[in-house]
Structures are given as C-alpha cells and as structure tokens.
Design a protein around this ligand. Structure first.
Ligand SMILES: [Zn+2]
Length: 202
C-alpha cells in the first residue's frame, strides 16, 4: 500500500483511502474520518506561511515569510514549516522535549514559545530522514469550493457543510436555521421579560 503526501509534506495518506483507481479524489463520504479531517484541513492550510517565519517577521512583514512546505502534528494543533525551519522543529521535537506534547493541544503553542524564546537547532543539525520532495510535485488538495460541491452532489434533503478550519463536515438540519432567527429572539422577549410584573414596594 502506498503512502502519499498531499499539498504539504508531513501528513501521509494511504493512497487507496483518498484516491480512486483513476487518481481522482474519492467522494468525502468514502474517505475514513481521520484522513477526511486532514484532507479538508489541508485545503485550508496550503498557501499559509511558515509558523517560524511568521514568528520572526510578524503580521506587518508577512510577505517576507516563506510559504509552508511541511505540516507536522494533528489537525488544528499542527505546525507549518518551510524548508529552512524544519530542522528547528525537528530539533525541538527530538532533543528539546517537544515530543512529550505529541497529540496534545499545547503542541503548536509549545513549539511557538520555544522558537520565540530563541530556540533553534544547532548549526548543521541534520536528521532529516525524508526524501526531499518539492511540494509543487505533490498532488494538490481539492479546491474548497469543489469539496463543497462534491459533498452535496447527488444529495437530496440535508445539506452538508465543510468547516475548513476544523476539518469537519456538518449537516444542516432542515429548518434548523429558523431557530436562530427572529422567532427565537421574539420568544425570549415574550417569555423572559415580564413587563407587567409588579415589584414589591416596601
Ligand atoms: Zn520558515
């Protein structure tokens, strides 16, 4: 079984779980939960700047950041890195206690704190075991609009919606939106505020 990265190096997908035999993306319903979450999340992450560059340059100098080439960690807690900063991350993970945060929600914040406090890999720190791959040679994640369109293809009734940031798929319940609308507001007005209430005068 072949593993493949999509869009960014780092996360690996079982090829047969995400691609059809014709090398098209499978309908999301047929993709296992974990792979689906990563796939959706990737379509949001591709094109974002490297976290370490961003910590160096800040929002005002965002254009100086390298675009991320690598993603490590779990969806929502992931760290994005460029080739220049991958060694710093690997050093943190392997030698500076980073691995203890594996799978925990502090993962990204801990790396950011270490890096922002001046944490860096020593010069010449190696240990990059992967084969260098140019991300532009990796298959691109599906386009978000296309993901949405595909998700609702051949589907009557409940619409499904993709939360790109969370990497999840939610179902819109028929009529569900009305509850959040004016009706709910007027219900609260009517029931919770009693204008005729008499207050004790003592
Ligand atoms: Zn960088």
């Amino acid at each position: 079984m072949a593993k493949v990265s999509i869009g960014l190096r780092g996360w690996r997908f079982e090829e047969s779980e995400v691609f059809t035999d014709d090398e098209e993306f499978k309908p999301l319903d047929e993709v296992p939960d974990d792979a689906r979450r990563r796939l959706i999340r990737l379509s949001y992450l591709v094109g974002k700047p490297c976290d370490a560059c961003y910590l160096v340059h800040g929002e005002a100098e965002k254009r100086r950041c390298n675009q991320a080439a690598i993603v490590y960690g779990e969806p929502m807690e992931e760290v994005l890195l460029c080739d220049d900063h991958e060694a710093d991350f690997l050093y943190w993970y392997r030698e500076a206690g980073g691995s203890e945060f594996r799978g925990r929600e502090e993962f990204r914040d801990e790396f950011h704190e270490w890096f922002a406090a001046g944490g860096r890999a020593p010069d010449g720190y190696g240990g990059l075991e992967h084969v260098e791959t140019d991300p532009s040679e990796l298959p691109s994640p599906p386009d978000p609009d296309e993901l949405n369109a595909r998700l609702n293809e051949n589907y009557g009734g409940k619409r499904k919606r993709i939360d790109l940031k969370a990497g999840t798929v939610t179902h819109d319940e028929p009529g569900g939106e009305a509850k959040d609308g004016d009706d709910a507001a007027s219900e609260i007005d009517d029931s919770d505020i009693d204008f005729d209430r008499e207050y004790p005068t003592k």
